[in-house]
Design a protein around this ligand. Structure first.
Ligand code: UDP
Ligand code: MG
Length: 319
């Protein structure tokens, strides 16, 4: 029987953790009892540098029940890095890993379907939200806009799939080869290319606590998602620059003609406008180029993407 590991990133989740633990325990016990997964399966909480009692709760779960284990990151590194830390830490022990959020907004009853798809030979199973009615207006629309924009820019992501997914050991070993620091798992996983399938579910409301994704975190996530996967914005700027250059040649010819025909009345307004327009465009362009140079800067430093302070059950492991 195959070993299933559930990897759950947690950031300041003391309000939901007890309930989450209870529900996951019921689910996992069921799966084990029905011989769907091995009795050596585990539930792994990754504490992403929480400032509240989250890690103590995890320690307590582990002490009382060996179904639970935990990974403590040395500080907050964000959702994506916490997921990666979890996946990389358990990859040798697990046959398949399902990642899900701590607030159980993703319906855990479809885990059975995930495993079914895995048994049908799929290395990756994406959980896709059927509807987002339970999300806030802002969250729903900003997410839809992000997917649309990514689609236009040619980035391959599964529509309405967040990070609720199953990956086989083989797929995780491939993921390990992607060394990028600007991590956007939703974009990277499809690049692995193994056989995949999709499972649909209804997105629930967070049953306690607030979203841990601040507006700032969301914006930086979206920006990472785009700039880590495509250089189309740079191409657009090059195109824009070229067009403006063509226009300026036409303008030059036009003004020369006016000059030689003695009609030169060069307006202050037009000069000022063009100075501002060009200045603005240049700044904008430099800004976007800077964004990519920033990325290169971070990649060349090749800093570790997370540092594990403690992995329960095993001696200290760091990466
Ligand atoms: N999370 C994390 N580190 C962070 C922010 C969030 O590990 O810096 C975790 C959080 O604990 C949760 C998951 O990522 O398990 C998704 O966060 P949340 O539910 O707040 O996001 P939303 O559902 O609002 O998109
Ligand atoms: Mg949530």
């Amino acid at each position: 029987m195959k070993k299933l590991y559930l990897v759950i990133p947690c950031y300041n989740e003391e309000e939901v953790l007890l309930e989450t633990k209870k529900r996951l325990k019921i689910k996992m016990t069921d799966l084990i009892k029905n011989k769907v997964v091995s009795p050596h399966s585990k539930i792994v909480f990754v504490n992403d540098g929480s400032l509240d009692n989250t890690w103590n709760l995890i320690l307590d779960f582990h002490k009382k029940d060996r179904l639970f284990t935990g990974i403590n990151l040395s500080r907050n590194r964000g959702h994506q890095n916490a997921l990666l830390a979890g996946l990389m830490t358990v990859k040798d022990d697990a046959d398949m890993v399902i990642t899900l959020d701590c607030d159980l907004q993703d319906d855990i009853d479809v885990i059975d379907k995930f495993i079914e798809e895995y048994n049908n030979g799929n290395d990756i199973v994406y959980g896709v939200r059927k509807s987002r009615q339970k999300d806030t207006f802002f969250k729903r629309n900003s997410a839809i806009m992000l997917y649309k924009l990514m689609h236009i820019l040619g980035i391959e992501v599964i529509y309405n799939h967040a990070d609720y997914r199953l990956m086989s050991k083989r797929a995780i070993l491939c993921l390990e080869k992607f060394k990028e620091v600007n991590l956007f798992l939703r974009g990277i996983v499809p690049l692995i290319g193994y056989k995949y399938s999709v499972v649909y579910y209804d997105r629930q409301e967070r049953f306690a606590g607030k979203s841990k994704y601040s507006l700032k975190k969301m914006l930086s996530f979206a920006l990472d998602g785009i700039t880590s996967f495509t250089i189309k914005p740079i191409r657009l700027i090059v195109l824009l620059g070229f067009m403006i250059f063509l226009i300026s040649i036409i303008m030059l010819v036009y003004t020369l003609i006016r000059h030689f025909s003695g009609q030169t009345i060069i307006g202050w307004l037009s000069v000022m406008t063009s100075v501002w327009a060009i200045g603005g465009l240049q700044l904008f362009s430099i800004g976007i180029i800077g964004e990519y140079i920033g990325k290169i800067y971070l990649e060349t430093k090749a800093r570790p993407r997370y540092i594990i302070d403690e992995y329960l059950e095993e001696k200290k492991k760091s990466k």
